[in-house]
Design a protein around this ligand. Structure first.
Ligand SMILES: [Zn+2]
Ligand SMILES: [Zn+2]
Length: 255
C-alpha cells in the first residue's frame, strides 16, 4: 500500500491511499481544479481515482467533492449523516456506508469508525491491503476506546496534531472559536495526540505523519519532539503534512 497527501490543514484536506489498481481519495477540501493540479504533482491523474471517501461535511473536507465526482463520475462513499451534508446533485454518486461495518473498494478494505467531532456523522478510517493497515485520524475532539482499538497495530498512522494549547490560548481567536477548537467535539491538541500514540500498540509502525496542523496555533517544532518522545524514536522520523504541499508518496513495505 502507498499513500500521499495533496494538502492538510484548516484550508483543505485530501489524502490518497493506493494499492494495485485501486486509488482512493479521502476527502477533497480543495477546488476540483486545484485538486487536479495538486494530483499532477504526485504524477496522478484524477480520472484514475477509484472512489472518493468523505470523512465529514466540513468545507475543508468537501470543497471539491461535487465537481470532481461529477466530472469523472467517481463514486462517493460517506455515512448517511455526512451524505446529507453534501450538495444535492452529488446524491446519485453517493454510496452510503455504516460507521460500524467494514467494506471493500476493489483491492482495499476499509474499516470505518465513529469519532467525536461537531459534524453530522463523522467517520475516520483504517485501510488494509490484507497484509498492512493504515490508520487515518483527523478532526476529533477526544479519543475513545473504539478509536484506540481501531488504530492499534497499524503499519502507518496519519494522525491529527491540530494545535498547541498555549498558542491557541494566546491566539487572537475569539473565545467561542477557542472553545470550539479545544472542545470535546473540536480538534486534538498535540499532547492529546502524543498520549494516544503512547496508549496504542505501535510496534508495527513504519510511518507516522502528523496531520491537520493549525498554521496559526501550531508548529512542526513542537509536534516533532512530542511525537518522537511518545514513540521513543528520532525526531527526523516524524513526518509532517503541509497545508500547501501535503506530503509525497510513502510506501508500506513487507519486512
Ligand atoms: Zn478539518
Ligand atoms: Zn472538521
Amino acid at each position: 500500500m502507498r499513500f500521499a497527501s495533496i494538502g492538510s490543514g484548516s484550508r483543505g484536506n485530501a489524502t490518497l491511499i493506493s494499492h494495485k489498481e485501486t486509488t482512493l481519495l479521502v476527502d477533497c477540501g480543495f477546488s476540483a481544479r486545484e485538486t487536479e493540479k495538486r494530483l499532477q504533482r504526485l504524477k496522478f491523474d484524477a480520472g484514475d481515482l477509484s472512489a472518493i471517501l468523505v470523512t465529514h461535511e466540513h468545507a475543508d473536507h468537501i470543497n471539491g467533492v461535487r465537481v470532481l465526482a461529477r466530472k469523472y463520475q467517481i463514486p462517493v462513499y460517506a455515512t448517511a449523516g455526512t451524505a446529507a451534508g453534501l450538495p444535492v446533485d452529488t446524491k446519485d454518486l453517493v454510496r452510503e456506508i455504516s460507521c460500524h461495518e467494514s467494506f471493500s473498494i476493489a483491492d482495499i478494505e476499509i474499516e470505518p469508525f465513529p469519532v467525536p467531532h461537531d459534524a453530522r456523522e463523522p467517520s475516520q478510517f483504517v485501510f488494509s491491503d490484507g497484509n498492512h493497515r493504515l490508520g487515518l485520524l483527523t478532526d476529533l475532539g477526544i479519543s475513545t476506546p473504539i478509536i484506540e482499538q481501531a488504530l492499534t497495530l497499524c503499519d502507518a498512522l496519519l494522525l491529527e496534531a491540530n494545535h498547541d494549547m498555549e498558542m491557541l490560548d494566546n491566539s487572537e481567536y475569539p473565545d467561542h472559536l477557542k472553545y470550539r477548537v479545544s472542545g470535546r467535539l473540536g480538534h486534538l491538541n498535540n499532547v492529546q495526540s502524543a498520549k494516544l500514540l503512547e496508549k496504542i500498540d505501535t510496534s508495527r509502525l513504519q510511518h507516522i505523519v502528523a496531520m491537520h496542523l493549525s498554521e496559526k496555533n501550531n508548529s512542526p517544532n513542537i509536534v516533532a519532539p512530542l511525537f518522537a518522545e511518545a514513540l521513543n524514536c528520532d525526531q527526523s522520523w516524524i513526518g509532517l503534512a503541509e497545508q500547501d504541499t501535503g506530503f509525497d508518496w510513502r510506501e508500506i513495505t513487507n519486512r
